[in-house]
Design a protein around this ligand. Structure first.
Ligand code: R5P
Length: 297
């Protein structure tokens, strides 16, 4: 119990000074509860409103694809440059230092791999996400897939119910099926369906006309990088997405499969947070990557 001696009456009441009522910087998130906003503020930089998520959850469906064979060697050194880590619980527990102090967007659905029918997934128990101190959970949604659409939309809205219970934001991840047109109409619809079902963040892909995808999605959008591109093209992709209104990137292969992953994530970060042009960011990449090393076999 507090010491009861010398209890002083309050006197600094600021009478006549209105209490500051802070708005919230993130699109569509103003009505969320404190815990949700606190977690979103860890993922998105409140000064720029943007994020660079480093995605390395690929192993859960692809196995040890190039760049994530040894996460301790390839990914851990990049953590300091990322705003948020996107990975599975297995990799988080086994390989990511607990002293990283980075928010985690936990890959929260699983069940299929590239060897089977994709996206026939179930969602993990949100209590484990809380146990891991995740700042968000990510759930795949396969809009337009006749076999998986209903199941994955149900996964999303169930995850949103869990998220509301525990104060955990949910990121809806739009899958791209083989038969889907990769255009603004499709991504605009998929993003909107995620938001309508309660997703707090949507991850989708950049395409021409992306400003329409962003405009009709009431919550922040981040873009996946997709397959490995030459660095300048990947930076152009990020630049175009940010200029079209994206709130950041959730990029994997274009970072960890780069010839210089650390230089690449720093260049991407300059595009995202400083609005640096792709050309200038490519220069930054070249300056930071240092001289090319030639492997002598
Ligand atoms: C997709 O479902 C994976 O979960 C990746 O997180 C996502 O595609 C981002 O990685 P990348 O930039 O390599 O496409």
């Amino acid at each position: 119990m507090a010491d009861l001696d010398d209890i002083r009456d309050g006197k600094e009441y600021g009478i006549g000074v209105s209490q500051k009522t802070e708005g919230y910087f993130l699109k569509g998130s103003g009505n969320l509860d404190w815990g949700m906003k606190d977690r979103l503020s860890r993922i998105f930089n409140p000064t720029t409103g943007k994020t660079v998520m480093l995605a390395f959850d690929h192993g859960f469906l692809m196995g040890p694809t190039s760049g994530v064979e040894r996460i301790d060697l390839s990914i851990v050194p990049l953590i300091e440059h990322a705003d948020c880590l996107m990975c599975t619980r297995g990799v988080l527990r086994s390989l990511i230092p607990t002293t990283s102090r980075k928010p985690v967007c936990l890959r929260a659905d699983a069940g299929t791999t590239i060897l089977t029918e994709m996206n026939d997934n179930v969602v993990l128990d949100p209590v484990d996400a809380v146990r891991l101190n995740a700042s968000a959970i990510a759930v795949m949604v396969a809009i337009g897939d006749p076999n998986m659409e209903a199941k994955t939309v149900a996964n999303l809205y169930n995850a949103v119910d869990d998220g509301l219970e525990f104060g955990l934001p949910v990121m809806g991840v739009t899958a791209v099926g083989k038969d889907m047109a990769r255009d603004a109409r499709y991504f605009g619809m998929a993003a909107r369906v995620c938001a309508e079902n309660g997703a707090n963040i949507v991850k989708t892909y950049y395409t021409e006309g992306f400003e329409k995808v962003v405009a009709c999605c009431p919550v922040p959008i981040v873009i996946a990088g997709g397959k490995k591109l030459p660095e300048l093209e990947a930076l152009e992709l990020a630049y175009n997405a940010i200029q079209s209104g994206a709130s950041g990137v959730d990029m994997g292969r274009n970072v960890f499969q780069s010839e210089s992953p650390a230089a690449m994530i720093r260049a991407v970060s300059a595009v995202v947070h400083q609005g640096m042009t792709a050309k200038d960011a490519f220069q930054l990449f070249n300056d930071e990557k240092g001289p090319s090393t030639v492997r002598v076999i």
